[in-house]
Ligand binder design. Structure first.
Ligand SMILES: [Fe+2]
Length: 287
């Protein structure tokens, strides 16, 4: 989600989609996918939420390597009515929301190079597909993503996209969930990152706080490094319910002009799972 050119680039359709052109991937690109897939699917059981682990099966295609979106969409369509469509890069917010509201997930086509193994500036196909698609096979999460897209279209008209973007960031991208008495990963930005899959659960640096919609909308986030605060949901059902039942217009209105919380702040009313030391971020800031 980002502000970029307002009309689709040459070769893209009016809705910004492009053919995936699966035939064009090289053997090295398929091998990169397989390497990343194996590395993450080995380390995530016990760390990622069960719904994500179960959803990984949807990515096990009839041929190895990068998933063919046509085959992937067939499977996803049967599970939850979602499709995966290719786009040339970042798309305008409205285009993004419109696709989500229609149960289409937009994914980049390119895959990282060996030099970019653990750090990427723009999401690649591994982030987009491995990170996001498994949970789209879960009916409740699938409904949440559609509700988010619909909320985005409304927020656009209310000048509140930046508020709503924080909800996406702290849930879809970097969310944690409580499962039994343990915290588990579900955010795509975490599960697609080897380093953050460990950091988000095990490192003493970040805060881990209970999900609170209004609070989270006042909390900025990091785009350049691991998060300094993570929010923990109780269940996907609860997340969906809050998103569907909250009347966002008065909430945006209430938040107008409200100052942001510092990214590291722990408030008296927060449900605190971990009060982070912030040692990691502080060391980086000094470096
Ligand atoms: Fe993402």
């Amino acid at each position: 989600m980002s502000h970029i050119a307002s009309s689709p680039p040459e070769g893209a359709a009016a809705d910004w989609t492009v053919p995936q052109d699966w035939q064009a991937y090289t053997a090295a690109e398929h091998a990169m996918w397989d390497h990343l897939f194996e590395r993450q699917s080995k380390m995530l059981p016990g760390r990622a939420v069960d719904e994500f682990i179960n959803g990984l099966d949807v990515l096990r295609m009839s041929k190895p390597g990068i998933p063919d979106f046509a085959e992937l969409s067939d499977r996803l369509m049967k599970a939850t009515g979602w499709q995966v469509v290719a786009v040339p890069g970042l798309v305008p917010d409205r285009v993004f929301f419109e696709h989500l509201a229609n149960r289409r997930f937009v994914a980049g086509r390119f895959i990282r190079t060996p030099e970019q193994l653990d750090y990427l500036e723009e999401p690649d196909i591994f982030h987009d597909v491995f990170g996001h698609v498994p949970l789209l096979a879960n009916p409740v999460f699938a409904d949440y993503m559609q509700a988010y897209g619909e909320g985005g279209l409304r927020a656009d008209g209310l000048g509140a996209i930046n508020r709503l973007a924080r909800l996406y960031w702290y849930t879809v991208e970097f969310g944690l969930i409580r499962q039994g008495d343990r915290l588990k990963l579900y955010g795509a930005g975490i599960v697609s990152s080897h380093g953050e899959s460990i950091f988000a659960l095990n490192d003493p640096s970040p805060n881990r706080l209970g999900f609170d919609l209004k609070r989270l909308m006042r909390t900025p986030y990091r785009i350049d490094d691991y998060q300094q605060t993570y929010f923990v949901i109780d269940s996907f059902e609860d997340l969906l319910k809050q998103t569907v039942e909250t009347d966002f217009a008065p909430l945006y209105h209430e938040l107008e002009g409200a100052p942001d919380h510092a990214i590291t702040t722990v408030l008296p009313q927060d449900a605190v799972f971990t009060q982070g030391t912030q040692a990691y971020a502080n060391a980086k800031a000094r470096a």
